[in-house]
Design a protein around this ligand. Structure first.
Ligand SMILES: N[C@@H](CCC(=O)N[C@@H](CS)C(=O)NCC(=O)O)C(=O)O
Length: 330
């Protein structure tokens, strides 16, 4: 695990000393938009088939969002994908290009490490080398490495090419979605990392308390409606989903988020299964790969690298939340 400093890879764990043991996530640097052709010329990146490529890890909840939107918006034939190998060790995210059959190859350049792609895009790049990356094969650079932007791009920009008009960020619900996203990001999506990467007791406990206060709040909310915003699935649900689906297998043990399992929340666990069972979603979830990544990469947290076998989870069990469909929206 490391970062780029002056064009060189430096092997270094997160620096939490400057923040009283608290983990601070760095800002994403590449934040370009993609525009529909002839529609908006403010961006040099135009929505075209076979032009963009996604680099992801199947363990990463942020990258997972982009895989979900690629699926939901039927972008598989339009945006290609490369997956890094599960463990992130001294050289950061790596590919294993050794064999033709390797599922973890950089299909565009055959790089060994993801940091080589960042250097290709910006030789002066400083900082951590993260997934997801949305890459432009035409201008050979990074369009965007911020998952919250990438899913919005996917939500609307390619509709004329796919014919898929599903909108997970509808105009009328944006205020509510943004408000939920903010709390879910701070205390749940990033909250599990703030608990797991904390290097002081107080930073850990603060993150832990805020995390479970938010899960309790969502449990109540989901007692009276099927999804976070009424009866319609929105971006807010998918952003929450990628943390919930890893909770019992990874965050409960590895990140010490162990007041209770997600399974112990009646509504939240059914809601999780409801989302998991939406068409195409199960294929985006790989918990074995995720466990291998977290338990196998973070040597400061799990020095032996031993991967736990459990828990046994069945996201295909009935969720009993369809009945909301017959009720009036709130
Ligand atoms: N803001 C970014 C965060 C992405 C991120 O932090 N990804 C993690 C994996 S879950 C990563 O690549 N970490 C590498 C590192 O920190 O060195 C986004 O949402 O796209």
């Amino acid at each position: 695990m490391g970062l780029l400093v002056d064009g060189q890879w430096v092997d270094e764990w997160y620096d939490t000393k400057a923040n009283q043991g608290e983990f601070k996530r760095q800002q994403s640097r590449f934040r370009h938009q993609i525009s529909k052709e002839g529609n908006d010329t403010s961006s040099p990146y135009i929505a075209e088939a076979d032009r963009y490529h996604l680099y992801v890890s199947l363990a990463c909840p942020w990258a997972h969002r982009t895989l979900i939107f690629r699926q939901l918006k039927q972008l598989q034939p339009i945006i290609s994908v490369s997956v890094v190998q599960p463990k992130m060790l001294d050289n950061g995210w790596e590919f294993s290009p050794q064999s033709e059959q390797s599922p973890y190859k950089d299909d565009i350049y055959g790089h060994d490490y993801l940091y080589q792609l960042y250097l290709q895009a910006a030789p002066d790049y400083q900082g951590r080398v993260t997934v997801p990356v949305l890459w432009d094969k035409q201008t050979q650079t990074i369009v965007n490495n911020e998952s919250s932007d990438i899913i919005r791009i996917m939500n609307s920009t390619f509709n004329h090419l796919t014919g898929n008009q599903n909108d997970y960020y509808p105009q009328a619900l944006r205020g509510e979605i943004d408000a939920i996203n903010q709390r879910v990001y701070d205390t749940i999506n990033n909250g599990v990392y703030r608990a797991g990467f904390a290097t002081s007791q107080s930073a850990y406990e603060q993150a832990f308390d805020a995390l479970f206060a938010s899960l309790d709040w969502l449990e109540q909310r989901l007692a009276t409606q099927r999804y976070l915003i009424g009866n319609q699935i929105t971006e807010a649900d998918w952003r929450l989903f990628t943390t919930l689906v890893r909770f019992d297998a990874v965050y409960f043990g590895h990140f010490k988020c162990n007041r209770q399992q997600l399974l112990d929340y009646h509504h939240l666990s059914q809601y999780l299964r409801d989302l998991y069972q939406q068409p195409g979603i199960a294929a985006t979830v790989d918990l074995d790969y995720s466990k291998l990544h977290y338990y196998g990469s973070h040597k400061t947290i799990n020095p032996t690298g031993v991967i736990p076998k459990g828990p046994l989870l069945d996201f295909n069990a009935p969720h009993q939340r369809d009945h909301w469909e017959t009720l009036e929206p709130k």
